[in-house]
Design a protein around this ligand. Structure first.
Ligand SMILES: [Zn+2]
Length: 210
């Protein structure tokens, strides 16, 4: 890679911020050194230190908030996981509309029209499980998107209990997790190279499983 002058300046700026947050006593010295790097020296320095550079400064939007679903998928945030396949995981919604409200999160940060087929099959598998275990009157599958990450909601509908978003109790979620958990059988090799076929006509689905 060859850096342009602007890129180099931008990277230096980011590095200086990072150094500022270091506990080292000699950070003033490091900062001075970084400021004096020319483009090649900077590249060598980045290589040496395996520094990840955040690009995208040209939009002025370097601080895009981390997607909450991606954080959950990367295990950086706790969740009540109940099932998974190669393309998606299923977790309990902690603010469920009804008891047993499950979210299907595609592993890939993607839009509703590009939801992998396997996320829909996971949704259907979970819906079946919910039907047997919780015996709702009906189950609604609905796609939605948050921070640009499309998901599928699996919402059991019960007779005479209107859906209402409410924070679930931890103990209830734990019980539900045990009840709905499916043992994984598939090997975990996640292929990032295979392109998933997008599911047509899923844009605003709201259909019911009989
Ligand atoms: Zn995401």
């Amino acid at each position: 890679m060859t850096l342009t002058k602007e890129q180099a300046d931008e990277i230096k700026k980011q590095l200086l911020v990072q150094v500022e947050n270091l506990p080292q006593e000699n950070k003033e010295q490091i900062k001075q050194q970084i400021s004096q790097f020319n483009e090649e020296q900077l590249e060598a320095f980045l290589d040496q230190n395996k520094v990840q550079v955040q690009q995208g400064a040209e939009t002025g939007n370097t601080e895009e908030p981390k997607c909450i679903f991606c954080s959950i998928i990367e295990n950086k945030m706790p969740s009540y996981k109940i099932a998974e396949n190669k393309k998606a995981i299923a977790i309990l919604e902690i603010n469920p509309l009804t008891k047993g409200h499950v979210l299907i999160l595609p592993l890939e940060h993607t839009t509703i029209d590009k939801l992998p087929k396997l996320s829909m099959s996971l949704a259907q598998k979970i819906a079946k499980k919910i039907k047997t275990k919780l015996k709702p009157e009906d189950i609604k599958l609905e796609t939605s998107s948050f921070q640009g990450h499309a998901i599928i909601n699996v919402v059991p509908l019960y007779k005479d209990i209107p859906p209402k978003k409410e924070k679930a109790k931890e103990e209830d979620l734990k019980k539900l997790q045990v009840l709905l958990e499916t043992k994984k059988r598939s090997p975990k090799a996640i292929s990032t190279t295979t392109k998933s076929k997008s599911l047509k006509g899923l844009q605003k689905i709201s259909f019911r499983i009989p």
